[in-house]
Unconditional design. Sequence first.
Lengths: 489, 257, 210
Amino acid sequence: MTAVDLGMPGLPTAPRGVGHLRGDEPFPDAARTALRNGQQRANLGHATTTIRNKRARVVAELPDWAQLREAGRALKAATMARLDDHLEELERQVTAHGGTVHWARDANEANEIVTRLVQATGATEVVKVKSMATQEIGLNEALEAAGLDVFETDLAELIVQLGEDKPSHILVPAIHKNRAEIREIFARTIPGVDPGLTDDPRQLAMAARAHLRERFLRARVAVSGANFGVAETGTLCVVESEGNGRMCLTLPDTLITVMGIEKVVPTWRDLEVFLQLLPRSSTGERMNPYTSTWAGVTPGDGPQEFHLVLLDNGRTAVLADEVGREALHCIRCSACLNVCPVYERTGGHAYGSVYPGPIGAILSPQLTGVEDNASLPYASSLCGACYDVCPVAIDIPKILVHLRGEHVEAQTRLTPEAAAFRALSAAMSRPWLWHLTQRASRLGRLLARGKPTLPRVLPPPASGWTRSRDLPTPPTSTFVESWTREHGR
Amino acid sequence: MKVALFATCLVDTLTPQVARATAVLLQRLGHEVVVPPTQACCGQMHVNTGYRREAVPIVANHVRAFAGAEAIVAPSGSCVASIHHQQADVARRAGEHRLADDAAELAGRTYELSQFLVDVLGVTDVGAYYPHRVTYHPTCHSLRLLRVGDRPLQLLRAVRGLELVELPGAEQCCGFGGTFAVKNADTSTAMLTDKMANVLSTHAEVCTAGDASCLLHIGGGLSRLKAGTRTVHLAEILASTEEAVTPDQTTRPAMSV
Amino acid sequence: MSAREDVLGRIRQALGPDRTTPAEVVRDYRLTDGRPPGDPALLDLLVDRVEDYRATVLRCAPEEIGATVAAALDQGLGAGWATRDVVVAPGLPAEWRPTGSDVDDDRPPVQLAARSAAVTAVAVAIAETGTLVLDGSPACGRRALSLLPDCLVCVVLADQVAGSVPEALARLDPLRPLTMVSGPSATSDIELQRVEGVHGPRTLLVVLVG
């Protein structure tokens, strides 16, 4: 296939009916429910404040943070511009070192490939390293539907899995739970757990260790994601903390890694940038406890069968948008979630996608097509805190605004909102009509009946404001009007 | 210097005393103030809500209204940020390259009030008198898009009689966000509640900022709660003098201008 | 069409016929720490950073390595540990090994879980981040060795201590299976509070030579 002109039918987005990129209800509705959960808000406020401060401290420690950030941005931009070449090189190198590379157009295809590979080993159990890509495609559900037992081994993922909950954060999927709630889940669901289990985080971590240890030791197949895949050497990289990743990457006979195509980096040297940016941005540590890298298969050390599944699932559709493609630069640190005033209050579930927070609000709608997640680009006050902390300088507010434009322009029927904005545009571009409009707003004075504020009960959309805030009574004259009257033209 | 004042659509329509204060302040500092009568809006609300095509004629009107101005000053970080970061982009996207160039050129001469005072005029003591306990909320677009930094605080510290108290969690958004306040009213209100809690914790009489829009939000919330703390734009504080101080300076519209 | 051809074709379509040539990536961040590997200040920095992760550092002279490894095991396992409970990397110099310790061989890796402690060398250490890098060489051992025993002792030689991440990566072979270790295993999954000791070794002891 050769290059095709832009303007051809759009590239396929992530399919419906599989995976976890679409919510059941629009963000404002989901948020309304979430905001009532005071315990969750307290947990999130506590956790995000802790991590924000840790991040700020270790970032300030590096005198060259700004240069690293710019290098990270430039490396990602350069990689995307030659994504096809880098993926082909990655495939060559992984293959040369004893791995097998598979390509998946979408979630269904990736799930089929992984299921087939697991079944071919004869194993009935799979241990998993926390991975956003496999959550995105709903791999666990697919494997379970094929009769396989899937064990999440990351502590937070385990909490979510045992609690029959959903992840709410990219890095810490159980961030919405506090220690007491986690103790309750463990006490209820872990067979043979010490009945004297307290909510001490150390004790809870030990309970998870005991619960999973046997599984690690008997596991024959593991599934992981990848933080980076180095094209020039075929080296895959997984960044983690607990050692559950190492268990999965080292002990089983077969390792299957599902990697989004945007995770490729051209050279080994590029990791010198990302391995500085990622840990400081994500857990606020100088370095995460464990980083594992491997190239294909190493005789006598680790899995002797390695499969790499390269996943599209809407990523090429994102790549086609010159403004929005920056979302593919994301290294999944979650710093933007931790500083987001919206995320901090609503939590991750309100976003309806495995990618919550600011990055989710630009990534999910692009992966699914903006109309399938149309409320997400509006789930931001555009305060810009996310852009400031992004280690690869993704201009999230700019892309949010861009996607709002894409949504508005995708409408085929005139909505009341669009009619109002068009009318306002007509007025604001014609001074005489604008002055007339401003004068008309003074009709609000009639509603105010001499009071300094308007009544609380107004029809929508004004009610969205007046339900919780007063709206001042419009003044008798605008500034421009009175100034012009005083000073002449 | 001859300064063209861009009142902004919101200030002009709802809080004209903020534009008046800006004009008074600049005149007191010895500058000539002109108010182009055909000005309307920078187009930010349209762009940020997704109506970027509809924003283009608004940008065109803005560029026409201020053509030839030596320096343009607005009492709003948000609108100035939109002029700097959005106007040329939306024009170019619509294929209006001439307009985009003109908008970019005009943006180069457009300043937020505190930046204009500190960077262009080189003053921090504007001779103001304001005998109140004041806390300052750095609005998001002033802080992160324009990078005004501590310029407003420098200006406030030089005001006679003013007691400046630090706002806890100052850099957190108040939840306004333009149409966000209506489209996501519940989340916006949750953010506002926390902002108000911080404002009230300072026991300040006045909460000030460089954006009338955010102050309308915070002030609207405080007013609903019948809290005593009022919101006053930075320009109004800087315009105040011993002679002209009024007992009830708030961003509620003055009944006469 | 195969999925491979399809995905590559989509990428080409997305980027368009006249894709922009990316600008050269400027690497104006610190490529070196400025101090040569093994510089005494770097060793002090490494100690500070490793201890910050709540790992233990024991410093010694080159001729004291064997005794210091034993002292580290005393700390990690408590006095009176049995040498058979300690498994060492096959390429670990003989004089570093506790007498009678078990030498790792090609046994099934899960059997290593029965051992209380492992002793390995490292390939490189990074002072600024407090990181030890094991590269699967005979002296570092296979990955399972530094993973399964609950106590890990790593011997770091002065000239293996690089200042920065870029310097360290340049000294590593990306084709080897690498494990970067920064403190004992840890989690921040409960209220984002760091707790040391989960699935990997709960105790990390570093013998720093020089």
